[in-house]
Design a binder for this molecule. Structure first.
Ligand code: COA
Length: 710
C-alpha cells in the first residue's frame, strides 16, 4: 500500500504575466527572507525574463505584508549554497530588460540590496527600507555598500548603514533611494502601472552601479573621516562598522567590480567573527523569550488603563513607560505630599525632554493629560492592570494587595514590582491569587528594556499572557521567571558580585575590576554601576540577608564599610569613586583603597595581583555557573532567557550574545575546569552547577537547550 503524502505546491516565488510584464512575487512567510528556495525562484524568474521574447520588463514584489525581510538569518554560519543573492542582484542590474521593484512593508538588508539592483524603485505607504546588517555584526554583502552610496551619496549611505535604521516611503524618495511614492498599499497594481508608464516613455535599464552620487570630493572625504572617528570612539570593540566605512571609502577609490570583491572578503570576515554569532543570537533571543507555555494555554486580557501604586523612582518610571506607550495611567500614593512628589517625578522627566528639544510642550501636555493622581485606592477600580511599586517590605506589600483586592474590578491583573520578595506570599493577601503576578522593571523603567515576568504558583495562564502582551505594548523584552530570591537577574548578580568582592579582598583593586569588566565590553564596571544606582540599595539587601547567611560563607565587608561612611555613590558625591563638584565621571578614591587595605589586613590576606583576563574569567564563571543553576531549578525556562536578562537589564555586551552563549563559545569544559580550580581555594562558593556538570559529561552546550540553535 502506498501512503498519500500531502504535498505543498506553494512555491516561494510565483510568476504571473501581465501583458509584457513578468510579475515576480516572493511568497515565503513569515517575512519573505532570501532563503535558498527564494533565491532559486528569483534566478529562474531571470531565466524566464531573458528567454521569453514577449516580455519587456520584470516587476518584483513581495506577497503578504513585506517585500523581502532580508537574507535568511538562520543560514549565516552554515555552508553557503548557490545561487547567491549578490549574483542574482548582478543579473538583475545588468539585465537588458527593465527591472522594477515595488516595495510594500520591509525591504531590509538583502531585500533592499535586491531592490537597489532593480532599475527603478516604487514605494507604497508603510514601506520600511534599511540596511540593518550592522546590528547583526554584518555588513551588506550583496553590493549594498557599493550601490547605496552611488545612488544616494556617501553621507546618507553611511548614516543608513551605520545606524541600521529603517526609513519610510517619504524619506526614501527624498534621499533618492526610491523613485516614486504611490499612496495606498497595492504594490502589484501600482507597480504594473509604473512599469507600463516607464515602458511607454521608452525608459531603458539603468544600472545602479553607474549612478553618480559618489563625488569623491572634499565633503565625501570629510564624511568618511568623521564616520571613521565616530565609530572608533563609539564602538571600539565591534568589527563591522569599521569595515563598512572602509567599503564606502572604496566607492571612490576602486572600480565597481574590485570593490565588490573587497565587500565579499570583508563580509566573510564578519561571518567568521564571534560577534556575528553573538548579535544574531541576541536578535533571535528577543523574539524567543515570548515562547512560553502560557502563549498557547493563556489568552491575553485587554490593557488600556494602568494603575501604579507608589510614585517613587520605580513607580514614576513605570508610569512613564506606560504613558509613552499611549496608555492611561492612574497613580496612587498614600498621602497628598507623596502624591505630589510622585507626579512631579514624572513631570520632571518630560520637562527634561522638552528642555532638550526632544519633545514639544504640547506633546508633553497631551501625555500628562493621560495621567491622573489620587490618594484613594478606589481610583484603581477601572484599571486593567495595577502595578504596585511601594516600599520593599512584605507587610507593606500585603497591605497594598489587601486593598487592591477590595477595589479592583474582577479580572484586573494585580502585579508587584518587587525585586526579591516571595510573590506567592503576597498573593495570599488577596482572594484572587490567580490574578497576582510579578512585573519586575529595571531602573530607569522607561529606558531599560528588560521586564522580568515572575510567575507565582497559582497565577492563571491568561494573566501571564497579559503580562507578555503588556510588555509588547511597552516595547520591553519580557522574560519569564520563577519565584526565588532575586528571580533571574538579581539572583545571578548577587553571586558574581560576591566573586568580585572576593577578588577585591584577595588583591584586585576596585578600579582594576571595573577596568577589566569594561574591557570585556560592558559600558561600566560593577562598582561604577553601584555608584550610579546608589550603594545604599545593595547595603540594605545585604543587611536583610545577614540573618539567613550561611556562617561558613566567606563575607567581604568592604562594601559595607564604604556604605557605613554614607558614601552611596554619585548622589552623595562619593562612593567607590570620588565625584568632585558633582562630576558624573568618578576618580579613584585613596580613602577607598585604604579601607580595602584595612579589610585585607583584618582578614589576614596577603594581596596578590590579578590580570584583567583573570578578573574576567572568575567574574564570568560565577555568572555562568549561577545562570546554569537558575535554568536547572527552572527559574528560567532556557539558557536564552538568562541571556536576554543580562543583555537587556544588566549591560552585558550584546555582541557577546549573553553569558550563556558566551560560555558555549568559550566551551563548557573550560568553564567547568576554571570553576573546579577556583573550588580548591573556596569550595563553599565555587560549586559547579549540576546542569553544567551534566552538559559537560554529555558533550552538550547551553544552546542545545534553547528552542533554536545559536
Ligand atoms: N531571516 C530569518 N528569519 C527572520 C528574518 C530573517 N531575515 N526576519 C525575521 N525573521 C523571523 C523572526 O525570527 C520571527 O520568527 P518567529 O515567528 O519564529 O519568532 C518571524 O520572522 C517574524 O519576525 P518579527 O520580527 O517578529 O516580525 P515583525 O513583523 O515584527 O518584523 C521585520 C518584521 C522584517 C521588520 C523584522 O523581523 C526584522 O527586522 N527582521 C530582520 C531584518 C534584517 O535584519 N535583515 C537583514 C538580514 S542580513
Amino acid at each position: 500500500m502506498t501512503l498519500e503524502v500531502p504535498v505543498t505546491t506553494k512555491k516561494p516565488v510565483a510568476y504571473e504575466i501581465r501583458g509584457r510584464v513578468l510579475v515576480v512575487s516572493i511568497d515565503s512567510p513569515p517575512v519573505n527572507a532570501l532563503g535558498l528556495g527564494v533565491r532559486q525562484g528569483l534566478s529562474e524568474a531571470l531565466d524566464r525574463l531573458e528567454e521569453d521574447q514577449s516580455l519587456s520588463a520584470m516587476l518584483v514584489v513581495g506577497a503578504g505584508a513585506n517585500f523581502i525581510g532580508g537574507a535568511d538569518i538562520r543560514e549565516f554560519g552554515k555552508p553557503r549554497q548557490a545561487p547567491f543573492v549578490r549574483d542574482i542582484c548582478s543579473r538583475m542590474e545588468t539585465s537588458s530588460k527593465l527591472v522594477v521593484a515595488a516595495i510594500r512593508g520591509a525591504a531590509l538588508g538583502g531585500g533592499l540590496e535586491v531592490a537597489l539592483s532593480a532599475h527603478y524603485r516604487l514605494v507604497v505607504d508603510g514601506a520600511r527600507l534599511g540596511l540593518p546588517e550592522v546590528l547583526l555584526g554584518l555588513l551588506p554583502g550583496s553590493g549594498g555598500t557599493q550601490r547605496m552610496p552611488r545612488l544616494i551619496g556617501v553621507s546618507a549611505a553611511l548614516d543608513l548603514m551605520l545606524t541600521g535604521r529603517h526609513i519610510g516611503a517619504t524619506e526614501a524618495v527624498a534621499l533618492g533611494l526610491a523613485d516614486r511614492h504611490v499612496s495606498g498599499a497595492d504594490a502589484v497594481g501600482s507597480g504594473v502601472a509604473y512599469v507600463e508608464e516607464l515602458l511607454a516613455q521608452g525608459a531603458r535599464p539603468r544600472p545602479t552601479r553607474d549612478a553618480t552620487a559618489v563625488r569623491g570630493d572634499a565633503s565625501d572625504v570629510e564624511a568618511i573621516s568623521t564616520a571613521r572617528n565616530e565609530q572608533r570612539k563609539r564602538h571600539p570593540m565591534l568589527l563591522s562598522p569599521h569595515l563598512i566605512v572602509d567599503l564606502v571609502e572604496a566607492t571612490s577609490q576602486l572600480p565597481f567590480d574590485p570593490a565588490m570583491e573587497m565587500e565579499l572578503e570583508k563580509f566573510q570576515q564578519c561571518i567568521d567573527s564571534p560577534q556575528r554569532r553573538g548579535l544574531i543570537h541576541a536578535f533571535f533571543v528577543e523574539r524567543d523569550t515570548s515562547k512560553i507555555p502560557e502563549a498557547t494555554k493563556g489568552k491575553p486580557r485587554d490593557v488600556n488603563e494602568v494603575g501604579v501604586v507608589g510614585g517613587g523612582t520605580m513607580g514614576a518610571g513605570i508610569a512613564i513607560a506606560a504613558l509613552n506607550a499611549g496608555l492611561r495611567v492612574t497613580l496612587v500614593e498614600r498621602d497628598e505630599p507623596a502624591l505630589l512628589r510622585g507626579l512631579s517625578n514624572i513631570e520632571q522627566v518630560y520637562a527634561g525632554l522638552v528642555a532638550k528639544g526632544r519633545m514639544t510642550k504640547s506633546d508633553q501636555n497631551a501625555v500628562m493629560a493621560r495621567l491622573a493622581g489620587f490618594t484613594d485606592f478606589a481610583a484603581l477600580g477601572f484599571a486593567d492592570v495595577v502595578i504596585e511599586a511601594a516600599f520593599e517590605d512584605m507587610k507593606v506589600k500585603k497591605d497594598v494587595f489587601g486593598q487592591l483586592d477590595q477595589v479592583c474590578k474582577p479580572g484586573a491583573v494585580l502585579a508587584t514590582n518587587t525585586s526579591y520578595l516571595d510573590i506567592d506570599e503576597i498573593a495570599k493577601a488577596t482572594n484572587r491569587p490567580e490574578d497576582v503576578i510579578g512585573l519586575h522593571f529595571f531602573a530607569p523603567a522607561y529606558i531599560m528594556r528588560l521586564l522580568e515576568v515572575v510567575v507565582p504558583r497559582q497565577v492563571h495562564p491568561d494573566v501571564v499572557a497579559t503580562a507578555f502582551s503588556l510588555a509588547r505594548i511597552l516595547k520591553k523584552v519580557a522574560v519569564r521567571a520563577g519565584v526565588c530570591d532575586g528571580f533571574i537577574g538579581n539572583r545571578i548578580l548577587s553571586v558574581y558580585r560576591r566573586a568580585a568582592d572576593y577578588m577585591m579582598e584577595d588583591g584586585a583593586s576596585p578600579y582594576e575590576i571595573d577596568a577589566a569588566i569594561r574591557a570585556f565590553g560592558y559600558p561600566m564596571g560593577p562598582l561604577q554601576v553601584s555608584d550610579l544606582s546608589g550603594g545604599d540599595i545593595g547595603w540594605a539587601t545585604r543587611k536583610r540577608q545577614a540573618q539567613t547567611r550561611d556562617p561558613k560563607q566567606r563575607y567581604v565587608r568592604i562594601a559595607d564599610r564604604i556604605a557605613e561612611q554614607g558614601w552611596f555613590g554619585q548622589k552623595t558625591r562619593r562612593g567607590w569613586y570620588l565625584y568632585p563638584d558633582g562630576a558624573r565621571k568618578g576618580v579613584p578614591d585613596p580613602d577607598v583603597l585604604n579601607i580595602v587595605d584595612e579589610e585585607r589586613k583584618r582578614s589576614g590576606i596577603v594581596p596578590r595581583s590579578f590580570t584583567s583576563e583573570e578578573i574576567q574569567r572568575r567574574y564570568l564563571a560565577a555568572m555562568v555557573n549561577e545562570g546554569a543553576n537558575v535554568v536547572h531549578e527552572e527559574i528560567a525556562l532556557r539558557p536564552l532567557d538568562v541571556d536576554a536578562v543580562f543583555v537587556h537589564g544588566f549591560g552585558f555586551p550584546r555582541f557577546r550574545g549573553g553569558p550563556m552563549l558566551y560560555a558555549d563559545m568559550v566551551g563548557l569544559p573550560k568553564i567547568l575546569s576554571d570553576i573546579e580550580a577556583y573550588a580548591k581555594e573556596d569550595p563553599q562558593f565555587w560549586r559547579p552547577s549540576p546542569l553544567l556538570l551534566r552538559l559537560v559529561s554529555e558533550g552538550r552546550d547551553f544552546s542545545s537547550l534553547n528552542t533554536r540553535d545559536a
